[in-house]
Design a protein around this ligand. Structure first.
Ligand SMILES: [Zn+2]
Length: 81
């Protein structure tokens, strides 16, 4: 059984936390090999999610802060018409 994109989104949070069952994780990774849009989605999600989670749990270290600002600046600049 191949996973579809919707299932990937559902499993994404657990996947990034390393809490998926091995079998689920393998199927998710199989899907990613054939679905570049999902890879893009995960990468951008991963960037923001990691930064946000850290910001909520601990005080934001300077390096993370500047990475976040650089990321946001790039995003805002690139999405401008
Ligand atoms: Zn997909």
């Amino acid at each position: 059984m191949t996973m579809n994109c919707h299932q990937i989104v559902d499993l994404l949070v657990d996947y990034l936390d390393g809490e998926l069952a091995v079998e689920q994780e393998q199927r998710l990774e199989e899907h990613l090999e054939n679905c570049p849009p999902c890879v893009d989605f995960i990468e951008s999600y991963q960037k923001t999610a990691t930064v946000c989670r850290r910001a909520l749990t601990v005080e934001m270290p300077g390096a993370v802060k500047s990475t976040l600002f650089a990321f946001l600046r790039t995003e805002l600049t690139s999405t401008k018409p």
